[in-house]
Design a binder for this molecule. Sequence first.
Ligand SMILES: Cc1cc2nc3c(=O)[nH]c(=O)nc-3n(C[C@H](O)[C@H](O)[C@H](O)COP(=O)(O)O)c2cc1C
Length: 299
Amino acid sequence: MGDMGVVVGGLRLKNPVVAAAGTFGFGAEYGEILDPARLGAVCTKGLTLRPRDGNPPPRLWETACGLLNSIGLQNPGIDAFIREELPRMREQGITVIANVWGNSPAEYEQAVAILSEAGVDAIEINVSCPNVSRGGPVGEDARRTARVVRRARRVCPVPLWVKLPPAGGIAVARAAQEEGADAVSAVNTFRGMAIDIETGRPVFANVVAGLSGPAIKPIALRIVYELAGALMIPVVGIGGIDDWRDALEFIMAGAHAVQVGTANFVDPLAAARIVAGLERYMDEKGIEDWEVIRGSAQR
Ligand SMILES: Cc1cc2nc3c(=O)[nH]c(=O)nc-3n(C[C@H](O)[C@H](O)[C@H](O)COP(=O)(O)O)c2cc1C
């Protein structure tokens, strides 16, 4: 039997399947039906220095093969997370990646310093949320991204991943790499919208919302392929991964690991199912290490 484990930007995962930020809570919600410690890691809901109520409803809207969301980073804040969620996650044996968002480079720095001190296994800074910043996410601009990553890196002794938006391009990913990111996660949701034809008005108060799910998979795959070909640091593939075959495509595109998001809402067992599917695949093909097939599409 091959080794499902993988090291991604300094973080050792028991398998390459991670629950994506904002789609798995803090793992507790899923604890009744699956053991979250079975997954490579759990990415927390996006955390901010202070608690946030998020955006006004509606916050979710189904589209053909996809989901639009405008949650707006509702979360209990990092203090409550450290007090109430982190100890339980640790007890359950979950590998914890804290997803962090800030209003400014200084806020990112402060949040990263506190969280890495509190004993999370890694930090994923989210410079790609489409639902909270006017003028587009920081991660669509290489200079702004560099500033955030530099400040975060200075205070972050644990592995630091940077979660990119689909529209950032290679320049932004390179900026993250140059400032010391250990890995990039690609991608966050795509900016989309919906209109209520009864009122003639946008469905979401912010007009724009984030599109995820199977609808984005081929585009996310292309982005991951391009990033993996251009960067020295590992890429974590995200976008519309529904089963183990999707996960395998991302690995063959060059991803060291994958994250499963919207699929968790459709089937709470999705991430565990993907782990089992990859395990079977590895066994049947007699693959000893992910390295054998990682990036096969690049060669
Ligand atoms: C309801 C919802 C909430 C999300 N919240 C966050 C978040 O807090 N931080 C973050 O970095 N990404 C967040 N995302 C983005 C996902 O982690 C993921 O990058 C995106 O949905 C694409 O993957 P998928 O197609 O598998 O869902 C959220 C996505 C959804 C659908």
